[in-house]
Ligand binder design. Structure first.
Ligand code: ZN
Length: 387
């Protein structure tokens, strides 16, 4: 057990972090010496998101490595609707094996993808709205530190330009993005805090609203340090009044003083519904924390669809082992049985199976680099995602 209120890595790997009913099921089946060959699929019945940016598979693959199963999945960073164009649920993961070899991992498996895909899907919607305007994932402080890397990784796959977490950035192979905390201005005073930030940073972002009114502080900072990149507003909610109009005012005052080069970054409680108006007001970078880190999880569920080569499933689900075809031209999606792996699309393109094999008899046979996953995701946010 961990010193903190969390399961440690071993608790997850050895199956202790499961729900008790799997332990019971395992005990009964073992007693009866029943352990059939099954295929299970992971699908979504209803979702808060029109498109899922599928994320978290990395941890699922690590979890099931060395268990005698085969695992197929849609690659991470794929943007896809929960149901195909005919309303049939899309399987995101398929696992084949003897039931007792992986039953107890259903709980942690779903936990890995539900939360990560929620964060990534939410970030993708932000990315679609902001397009080339950068946004940074600033939300790890709102969540348990044990999952900070997962939060930042998912936000980054979903299109965040950077992440504030030091550990996350290291794992992602990028430089952590940060500005300066109010604490620096409180301890040193604005003038000294700005000077040290100016002299020691390649990416010069000044936090200007620790003590002063946003407009007058912005003018002072810009006049004294005309080569800074951004001024950042983290205006407390009690002072916001009309936040977009505060930004317009600052943009205007900087503009007429020849500080058009200095951009405005905002942070503090920013949600997806705030973005359009803030962009319209002149914001050119965002730090987004809580709304990304606490994005609604995707309700993935895992069900048996075939037992000993007989198609069988529970009420409300679709039996049979399936592939997911997607058109390489119009991105139309069709769930089909797995004896079909290619079909002509009405548009003239080819519908190809996008489920790939990641684990074969417990051995990992496919491992994707974060840069490939993110590139796929950015391309699909651009071409497929429809808000
Ligand atoms: Zn097509």
């Amino acid at each position: 057990m961990s010193k903190f209120a969390m399961a440690n890595e071993n608790d997850i790997i050895n199956g202790s972090s499961t729900d008790v009913y799997f332990d019971k099921t395992e005990e009964y089946l073992k007693k009866l010496n029943v352990n059939p060959k099954v295929t299970m699929e992971v699908t979504i019945s209803s979702s808060a998101y029109n498109y899922i940016n599928f994320t978290g598979l990395n941890d699922v693959v690590s979890l099931l490595e060395n268990h005698n199963i085969n695992l197929y999945a849609i690659p991470e960073g794929t943007l896809i609707r929960p149901r195909d164009d005919n309303g049939i649920p899309v399987p995101f993961i398929r696992i084949e094996g003897n039931y007792l070899d992986f039953a107890e991992f259903e709980t942690p498996l779903l936990g890995f993808i539900c939360q990560a895909s929620g964060i990534s899907s939410y970030s993708s919607m932000i990315k679609k709205i902001l397009n080339n305007i950068p946004f940074m994932s600033f939300g790890i402080r709102r969540m348990h530190p044990a999952i900070s890397i997962m939060i930042d990784r998912s936000a980054y796959i979903g299109g965040a330009s950077g992440v504030s977490g030091v550990l996350s950035a290291k794992v992602l192979g990028i430089e952590a993005s940060g500005t300066m905390p109010h604490a620096l201005s409180l301890i040193l005073g604005d003038d000294e805090a700005w000077k040290i930030q100016h002299d020691n940073s390649n990416f010069r972002v000044f936090l200007i609203d620790t003590y002063m009114d946003e407009k007058f502080a912005a003018i002072k900072a810009a006049d004294e340090f005309p080569d800074i990149d951004y001024i950042r507003l983290d205006t407390p909610s009690s002072r916001r009044g009309n936040f977009p109009n505060i930004i317009r005012e600052i943009r205007w005052e900087l503009g007429i003083r020849n500080h058009k080069n200095i951009k405005i970054m905002v942070s503090g409680g920013i949600k997806i519904e705030d973005l359009n108006e803030l962009v319209n007001a002149g914001v050119e970078a965002f730090g987004i924390g809580t709304s990304i880190a606490s994005a609604k999880p995707v309700d993935f569920a895992m069900d048996i669809v075939n037992i000993e080569d007989v198609n069988k499933t529970k009420r409300g689900k679709f039996s049979g082992i399936k592939n997911v075809l997607r058109c390489d031209k119009c991105y139309k999606v069709k769930t089909v049985l797995n004896n079909i792996s290619e079909e002509k699309c009405d548009c003239g393109g080819t519908m190809k199976n996008i489920m790939e094999k990641y684990i074969e008899n417990g051995k990992i046979i496919k491992n994707e680099d974060i840069n490939i996953i993110r590139k796929r995701s950015l391309n699909e946010i651009n071409n497929i995602l429809n808000l």
